[in-house]
Design a binder for this molecule. Structure first.
Ligand code: COA
Length: 176
């Protein structure tokens, strides 16, 4: 099935919300860490806070672009690149639906973001328990960014999560 890549718009909000909710839940749920499926529920993705975050990704301008990957009319993947300053671009919102992972959709999206970022360093943050994707980034030349956080690490808490629950995350950088 052919993959079509398009720039996102606010009209895509519903499909984009569903894609991210399902992919987050599949990739990040980890009972041992206390990150239950409820931490990434449809209800949390419907809150004003999360909807505002998702909407902020669907705006394209000279300093930010989001691309969406479709198979037929099904939204299967997304990526956002934000040009932060003269030296750095941020990679975020990089998700391919679990049913479509490992088929090259991610690489197609990644190429768009790489091109838009020019020769700026690329930065991102990622949960440390997402080991499969950390390994993928390492294979693609990314390294732990010790210049940020606590030697490259930090903890994230979503306001919707139970009090005290936090997930360990790391900063990564692709030097250009
Ligand atoms: C990370 C992600 C966006 C990559 O998209 P994708 O469509 O699966 O990626 P591709 O099929 O283009 O493959 C990219 C690389 O990852 C590897 N890979 C992807 N899915 C894999 C799988 N299920 N099992 C093993 N390897 C896999 C591929 O072998 C490929 O490696 P290569 O560069 O050596 O060829 C997607 O897997 C995903 O959404 N993961 C969960 C969420 C996540 O981790 N997002 C990133 C947050 S920072």
């Amino acid at each position: 099935m052919k993959t079509t890549i398009k720039l996102a718009s606010l009209k895509d909000l519903k499909k984009y919300t569903d894609l991210l909710q399902q992919t987050y839940q599949s990739a990040y749920t980890n009972e041992k860490l206390g990150l239950t499926a409820d931490c990434f529920s449809k209800e949390i993705f419907a809150t004003d806070n999360t909807q505002d975050y998702l909407k902020s990704h669907l705006i394209n301008n000279h300093s930010q672009k989001t691309w969406l990957a479709f198979k037929d009319h099904v939204l299967v993947g997304s990526i956002t690149c934000i040009l932060e300053n003269d030296d750095e671009a941020e990679l975020t919102g990089f998700y391919v639906h679990p049913d479509y992972q490992g088929q090259g959709v991610g690489k197609k999206l990644y190429r768009q973001a790489l091109e838009f970022s020019g020769n700026k360093d690329f930065v991102l943050d990622i949960y440390t328990h997402n080991t499969k994707t950390v390994k993928m980034y390492e294979k693609w030349g990314w390294v732990l960014d010790v210049s940020r956080g606590d030697n490259g690490y930090f903890y994230r808490h979503w306001p919707e999560w139970p009090k005290g629950l936090k997930a360990k995350a790391m900063y990564m950088r692709l030097k250009r």
